[in-house]
Design a protein around this ligand. Sequence first.
Ligand SMILES: [Zn+2]
Length: 207
Amino acid sequence: MSELVRVAIGPGTTALVWPKCCPTCGTKATLVETQRRLGRVKSIRPNLLGGLTMKSDVLHLSFPACSKHSREIRRAGLVLDNGPIGRFLRPLIYLGALTALGLLFHPTRVRDLGIILLFPVAGICGLAAIIWARLVSSVWPKRFDPDMDVVEIQFQHAAYAGAFRRLNAAATKDELTRAPPWYLRASIWKVALLVILFVLIGRLVGR
Ligand SMILES: [Zn+2]
């Protein structure tokens, strides 16, 4: 069973300690350091030079894995990367896959599409790659909590997750990492405020 672990990464927390075994197969022999990274865009604003300044955080995780699974985990990291390119490509992949689903119900349209047919095909290939990457990511840094210095790491095996929790008891303890209830989340109120603003503007314009 896979398990999601919330880890505190704020000031004052120490470096993470990793179990000395492969997170995929559990072997303790021939381990190599494996990297996965997680990025987030904090803000994008125009600068004086007429371009855009992007502020972002990147979290690098480095843990031991056997050489076979190390390669697999790193490749999967490229597919699941949530940098600007991944963020741009992934919606296109989902859209392409949805188009392919639509074609299943209207198979006669396939012939008229011509070169546009590449779009649903690429969507299906992309979706297959994402599913593969999720399946082989025995350590998957999923996302930063939008409201606190906490990162969520998905582990494929509960035993490995348990060992990780024991080694990082301070960083994973509940008081530090517990998700705040929804009404205390700044991100939710920001979205709510935006919606209210849009409704107000809509009313003003519609008058
Ligand atoms: Zn392995």
